[in-house]
Design a protein around this ligand. Structure first.
Ligand code: SAH
Ligand code: SF4
Ligand code: F3S
Length: 469
């Protein structure tokens, strides 16, 4: 029997065929190929959603080009910090100038920013040249909205989907790399960290069925994929709400069994839910990469409480130590927010202390950004100059520890998955170690997608120059 999801997927595919016919007509009329470009802002989730958008655009008959001066341009937006929003508004002006020269151009905005009502209102009133708007929950309606836009010739906006069609399993997707791919294991977030907009724009946490995930990974492996990245805002709470609960560690064990997959990564691990079972699975695995991204956000127990993170400085340090003992060659990386409301000098010193104790292999450092609608938005902010000074100090510390840690691998020979030709020097290829560090070494296109041993001849701080062994 056809399920609701299958029905919805079939319906969306029929819209893709209808658009394709219109695109083919337009190509004949205009005597040229219709082109598209998708620009992604934000995290791995968005990058993965963009691959789905591209798959659907291919299916609808458009051809991808490098430039944003295309017949169909989509901005897949992020709203996690204010800067992310400003970037989008800034770049819309340029798209408008392209559209003035190409009136048939379609401009689509989607992603997290479009889940915010006031953003959509602002675009409706001040950016009338935008053609299609839809949020993360309406991604699967993309073809339907495109068809409506082509038929009605006015701005179309995504509409509420009923719950059953929320996760469409069977839509086309186009991978950026032939040999690696993201795989969604869950959507949304239930954690409501007090500074974070994600739970409001991505909705409630929702795990995919393990069988669906595993069969997607099998299909990817059959298609030549060697490395997968399991994606979710808090992968450690995967599977808890499924009818037949499955833990994240169990999912990893089953993923490990899939032939052809050689490297497994995942993002993001919330420290509060990281189980001993997961540490065991990672320690015993031959495929799970020696890298764990474990966002700390702050080193101050008091601030962590205000952030609603459900761990303390001490429990985080204990956890990090336990992981490092059990998996000595693991690379730990993190996210840190500086200038969260109420952050005192003492709180900040706690953050510096955690950085020095854990010795992260790398860290993303962010200046706190007020997100309207989150609890912290109403709390008193830290003066800008104080934040700036702390941020610079933190960045210095993070960078000097990271380069010391990287130096320790100099002279070793480790496996590298080759990702592509070096952007600056075409006699080199660029790839990644299991711990996610970048390596450049002499090689050619034939190596792309292969895992090869490389001697790490020289550490350049954030990357290595190597030689193939
Ligand atoms: N789910 C992940 C984080 C996703 S958002 C987790 O819990 O770790 C990525 C990072 O953006 C966060 O880890 C946090 O460091 C940062 N971030 C989120 N909201 C922010 C805000 N309002 N201001 C500054 N940084 C923020
Ligand atoms: Fe945001 Fe916290 Fe959810 Fe991460 S866990 S997405 S920081 S609310
Ligand atoms: Fe940004 Fe949305 Fe990811 S807000 S960080 S793109 S989940």
């Amino acid at each position: 029997m056809e399920t609701l999801k299958e029905k919805e997927a079939a319906l969306q595919k029929s819209y893709m065929r209808e658009v394709r016919m219109l695109v083919e007509d337009a190509e004949k009329r205009r005597g040229k190929k219709l082109t598209y470009h998708v620009t992604t802002f934000g995290c791995q989730m968005n990058a993965h959603d963009s691959e789905k958008l591209k798959g659907m655009l291919d299916e609808m008959g458009y051809s991808e080009i490098e430039s944003e001066n295309a017949d169909f341009v989509i901005y897949n937006t992020c709203t996690v910090r204010e800067n992310a929003n400003l970037k989008v508004y800034g770049r819309l002006g340029r798209l408008h100038s392209y559209k003035k020269k190409n009136p048939d151009m379609i401009i689509g905005l989607c992603g997290c920013m479009m889940e915010e009502k006031d953003v959509v209102e602002k675009i409706k009133s001040s950016y009338k040249f935008v053609d299609i708007i839809f949020g993360t929950h309406n991604l699967f309606q993309f073809a339907q909205l495109t068809l409506r836009r082509l038929q009605e010739n006015k701005m179309v906006i995504g509409f509420e989907a009923d719950d059953n069609s929320k996760i469409i399993e069977d839509l086309p997707s186009r991978r950026k790399y032939s040999f690696k791919s993201g795989v969604n294991i869950m959507y949304g977030c239930n954690n409501f960290c007090s500074y974070c907009i994600v739970p409001y724009v991505r909705g409630r946490e929702y795990s995919r069925e393990a069988e669906d995930i595993l069969s997607e990974i099998k299909a990817l492996a059959d298609d030549g994929v060697k490395e997968i990245m399991l994606l979710g805002q808090n992968v450690n709470s995967y599977g808890k709400t499924l009818a037949k609960p499955v833990s994240f560690a169990e999912l990893l064990r089953k993923t490990e069994e899939i032939e052809g997959i050689e490297r497994i990564r995942f993002m993001t691990s919330h420290p509060k839910d990281l189980s001993d079972e997961l540490i065991d699975v990672m320690a015993e695995s031959k495929k799970i990469c020696k890298h764990l991204h474990l966002p700390v956000q702050s080193g101050s127990s008091e601030l962590l409480k205000k952030m609603n993170r459900h761990y303390t400085k001490e429990s985080y340090l204990e956890l990090a130590e336990k992981i490092q003992k059990r998996i000595p060659d693991i690379a730990l990386t993190t996210d840190i927010i500086v200038g969260f409301p109420g952050e005192t000098d003492e709180d900040f010193e706690d953050t510096m202390d955690v950085v020095r104790k854990v010795r992260y292999d790398s860290a993303f450092t962010f200046i706190y950004s007020k997100r309207t609608g989150t609890p912290a938005a109403g709390w008193e902010s830290v003066p800008e100059d104080v934040v700036k000074e702390r941020f610079d100090r933190l960045l210095n510390e993070v960078q000097s520890i990271a380069s010391e840690k990287a130096m320790a691998y100099e002279g070793k020979t480790l496996d590298v998955l080759v990702e592509g030709i070096n952007e600056h020097d075409s006699s080199l290829v660029t790839g990644r170690l299991s711990n996610n560090s970048t390596v450049h070494f002499a090689g050619d296109e034939s190596l792309i997608g292969k895992i090869v041993p490389v001697y790490l001849k020289e550490c350049k701080g954030f990357y290595y120059l190597g030689e193939r062994k």
